[in-house]
Design a protein around this ligand. Sequence first.
Ligand SMILES: [Zn+2]
Length: 345
Amino acid sequence: MSYTINRTTRFLFPITGTIMAVVLSMSSAASASKPASTATSEARVAVEDLVSPTQVVTLGTGTPNIIQGRAGTATAVIVNHDEVYLFDAGAGFMETLAEFQDEDKRGIFPVSPSYPTFMYPTFLDKLFLTHLDSDHILGIPELLLRGWVLERNQPVSVWGPEGTQTVVDGVVEAYQPDIQHRLDSLPIGQEAPYTGIVEEFGSEPGVVYQDRYVTVTAFNVNHGTWEAGEAFGYRIEAPDKTIVISGDTRPTPNLIEHAQGADILLHEVMSQTGLEGLPQKWQGYMKEAHTTTGQLADIARQIDPELLVMIHPLFLGASENTLVDEMAQAYDGKFELADDGDVFD
Ligand SMILES: [Zn+2]
């Protein structure tokens, strides 16, 4: 499915200018070990120069629970049919790309000139992690290694909390037999492109990435026992719209602050009905970690996005219809429950 929001003039988050200046001043001192494209001083592309609106694709909408048709959580932001920014890499999310070989969706992602009728995801080279829970990172081996086999010719730049380097290094170490076999046998060569180049955030990340299309700001959210600097939401400011991704979080004032002016708010959610049916020990955990439909309605009213997209839905035994009905009763604004492969612009 594809959804289009009605555009109105939105104001941009006011701190961006000052933090951007700091990042730009730091860029000349950036070390070679940092992702190559961080903090560039390239001129920004103006909205009138875009060939297409910025699009959001939910490649995976799953959770730790096993639900047919919902791959592990992963969200792609595509700007100008050119650059793709991936947020989280859950289990099996790359399978969803197969839909984008079909006639009606082909061309949403950049197409490889060498293989126009096949999905060669060479464009997946920038990954931003919200946190290091496994349902958000199980797809990292797939991204690094499958992408490399499918002719990505540069490493993946990975941004995330402390511990991200350990995860990426561990993947490369664990898959050494596979890597060596492919180096020995496949017509692809090049040692470096299966790796990730990592930049870890501190406890107050602010603007973490900037290029000619986007400014990406990471901000702390409250997800269970993860502390400041360990669980993030992201604000992505593209020329034509602002997108906010919550990560996993219980209601968090910091998210409401950083999401002001968002056109599309992608927020995690859990069913109130499902929650009430859980054993008490699980109810306590869930309330510390996640956001109910009623709580999300309250959050969305304080942000007033053009479109609220519910991602990472925890049904907890309730049906999809029940979750949607809960939200419809609590929230008057425009919202959708994302499925894998949905496109929002
Ligand atoms: Zn999760």
